[in-house]
Write a protein that binds this ligand. Sequence first.
Ligand code: IPE
Ligand code: IPE
Ligand code: MG
Length: 243
Amino acid sequence: MSKDAEDLAGLKIPGHVAVIMDGNGRWAEKQGQPRTFGHAVGSQVVEEMVEVASDAGIKYFTVYAFSTENWKRSEEEVSVLFSLFAEYLQKLIVKSTKNNVRCLVIGDRGPLKKDLIDVIEELEEKTADNTGLTFTIAINYGGRDEITRAVRKIAAEVSEGKLGPEEITEDTISDRLDTAGLPDPDLLIRTGGEERISNYLPWQLAYTEFYFTDISWPEFNRDELVKAIIKYNGRDRRFGGVK
Ligand code: IPE
Ligand code: IPE
Ligand code: MG
């Protein structure tokens, strides 16, 4: 066994890990740098962590890159973030093809620029048949917005007579969310010290284990992921039952 794998030996690896990558701006400001420096470093950390997650045996890795509320930030910060996304996604096409990673993007694409939508579509198409890690990036994602869009789809199907109100089940809803086809997360990690979900996957996190850390996203690494997995192994998941 490689030394790298030793610390995970015998641990149950969560199948789906979701991450709220927070703390970029504060981390940069602490060092007298602009907030956008934190985003640039954060984007390199995502790149590394996709490989780490895949090597650890995680099957689904889902990260929060931009929320529907993040438009409230300065025009400059938003514009730097979107330039980083375009650059990062373009690189991801090449990397994921090489590493057998399937990539998906969730969130409302409506307000995104056509160039970015084109890159997203190319990324999803070119990696669709990859059989390794499924890596999902949430861009302009808000859980309430996602549920609202799902409810609209269901209402349209009902009004067209394709679906009866009594036929609506939890699966009807899950299947119309952006995450359709993905299992619910087993573990949610939030970096940056805040302990809230900030509109991230509210439907999907119903029975997820939460792990909060003060470490900022630009400082996150394999050792920090291992710590989260160790904590996860100490949790007793009862799903409402009795053990
Ligand atoms: C997370 O870091 C990245 C995005 C929300 C885009 P922040 O930018 O929120 O950094 P802090 O929380 O202000 O430090
Ligand atoms: C959540 O972080 C969104 C992302 C990490 C993309 P925020 O920094 O936007 O969340 P709040 O404002 O602290 O709740
Ligand atoms: Mg933040």
